[in-house]
Ligand binder design. Structure first.
Ligand code: AMP
Length: 256
């Protein structure tokens, strides 16, 4: 690995520490990543995570990891079946999963929360949890892209079966077809990137997640980022906006 935390704390609900444990940062960035499926949140989480040394906390990754396990509880089995249909997993289970991982939200490396919250109820639950933990959410990065580009991105997406790396057949191909550049793992297409499932996920996004944009815009936490260009250009654009936003609010906090 490149010194980036393994996310073991996230996957094991804090039973196993990350390796290496993220070093303390004077101002850890705590950020929610928002945007439609396929806009590139996972790739941005990886790139921003490398820049900020903050952990990529993805609820979707929890379900994908659990789906490889053998001893699943009935509620986790139902959750995985919902992910395979492109539907949202039931509220209580997702909120419980995040609550069990509260240690990751307090991590002194900060966090990049991806896939949670996905609706207003989850956003309110996150605000309550962060208030209990005495942790402030610095910003919500909202990645914007036209729908036709999103569908093209999803169809070409390939993910590593061993590590969090994400590729695209056209925009970000691996050096060797089907093999992860970083760890040599096999690259596969996610079951929920099939066209019929993509349609269901887009519908779930429009109905449940889109209202979150207004929720965060109303209280000034939303930072919109155009998700066009190369992944690195998008990362640099996001970093500039984030530094401006977080820098400004930290300056206010220090002057109070
Ligand atoms: P993602 O990788 O974020 O696209 O998540 C993959 C799938 O996991 C989603 O299509 C949902 O079925 C499920 N999922 C992930 N996060 C959540 C959440 N916060 N609430 C409900 N379902 C979720």
């Amino acid at each position: 690995m490149n010194g980036h935390p393994t996310r073991d704390g996230w996957f094991s609900a804090g039973q196993v520490p990350c390796d290496p444990v993220p070093p303390p940062r004077e101002h850890p960035y705590r950020v929610v990543l928002l945007g439609p499926p396929g806009v590139g949140k996972g790739t941005q989480a990886m790139l921003l995570g490398q820049t900020l040394r903050a952990c990529h906390l993805s609820t979707g990754d929890l379900f994908r990891a659990a789906s490889c396990g053998s001893e699943l509880s009935p509620s986790m089995r139902a959750a995985i079946a919902a992910t395979q249909r492109g539907e949202l997993v039931c509220e209580e289970l997702v909120i419980d999963l995040v609550r069990e991982r509260a240690g990751c939200l307090r991590c002194h490396g900060g966090f990049l929360l991806d896939g949670f919250p996905r609706n207003v109820t989850q956003a309110q639950a996150l605000d309550e949890l962060l208030a209990e933990l005495n942790v402030t959410l610095d910003a919500v990065l909202y990645f914007e892209l036209p729908q036709e580009e999103i569908v093209a991105r999803l169809a070409g997406r390939r993910t590593c079966s061993r590590c969090p790396a994400v590729y695209h057949l056209a925009a970000r191909p691996p050096a060797t077809a089907g093999v992860c550049d970083g760890c040599g793992g096999e690259l596969t297409q996610r079951a929920d990137d099939r066209p019929d499932v993509i349609r269901v996920r887009m519908q779930a996004y429009d109905e449940s997640t889109r209202p979150l944009i207004d929720f965060y815009r109303r209280d000034g936490r939303l930072v919109s980022v155009a998700a066009t260009g190369t992944p690195e250009q998008i990362r640099d654009r996001a970093m500039r906006l984030l530094d401006r936003r977080v820098g400004a609010s930290q300056a206010v906090a220090q002057s109070v």
